[in-house]
Design a protein around this ligand. Structure first.
Ligand code: IMP
Length: 207
């Protein structure tokens, strides 16, 4: 079963593909010849997920669909947006997680800045939250997944991406980056949101 996923992030693609399982073929914007950046200018994860899903759905099914592979017209389309919400920072970086250290900075810069901003903080609790926006038959649906945990003192592990080396989920001493992908995928924010998406498609559309 085909489903369009509004991402070109290879880490996310691998994670979502492993969670959904072999019955699903994930189609990416790049594979459809859609190479422009998909706008992401909302103030919340919900806004951003909807904005990305709507943009792609329109691009495939609307008037601006020139050059896009015909075979995905009418195929369900979804986008996700994820944020790391740190209690002692009032929920930051949140919706700004990708650009916490500034527009031209990378995962490392974001992690370093976060650790610096948390120096001396007694409360290191944090959560990852993923929101998925799905558009199917012209209707919009939102799904949320979260995982509670804490920010550890330094970098640990090399798996995953983003803030994984500094985040340990509740009940674990290991960070996400110290876990094999299957272990992160069994409990992650993204996994929980994707499982809700898959259940919804199965129950309502027998997909
Ligand atoms: P996005 O907007 O959903 O791509 O996510 C925003 C930022 O959150 C990314 O640039 C990463 O820094 C971070 N992020 C998203 N998902 C994860 C994850 O599963 N682990 C660690 N960091 C993540």
């Amino acid at each position: 079963m085909k489903i369009v996923f509004a991402t070109n992030n290879s880490h996310k693609l691998a994670e979502v593909s492993a969670i959904l399982g072999p019955g699903w073929e994930l189609v990416t914007p790049a594979s459809l010849g859609i190479t422009e950046d998909i706008p992401e200018t909302g103030d919340t994860l919900e806004d951003n997920a909807l904005q990305k899903a709507r943009y792609l759905y329109e691009r495939i099914n609307g008037e601006r669909s020139d050059g896009v592979t015909e075979s995905v017209v009418g195929v369900p389309t979804f986008a996700d947006d994820t944020g790391l919400e740190v209690a002692a920072l009032g929920g930051a970086p949140g919706v700004r997680s990708a650009r916490y250290a500034g527009d031209r900075h990378d995962f490392d810069d974001n992690n370093r800045l976060l650790l610096r901003n948390l120096e001396g903080a007694a409360d290191r609790s944090a959560r990852f939250r993923t929101v998925i926006a799905l558009i199917i038959d012209g209707r919009e649906h939102l799904f949320e997944g979260r995982v509670e945990g804490r920010i550890v003192d330094g970098y640990r592990g090399t798996e995953g991406f983003g803030y994984d080396p500094i985040f340990a989920p509740a009940g674990s001493t290991a960070t996400f980056a110290e876990m094999p992908p299957e272990e992160k995928n069994a409990m992650s924010h993204r996994a929980r949101a994707v499982e809700k998406l898959a259940r919804f498609l199965k129950i309502n559309y027998e997909l």
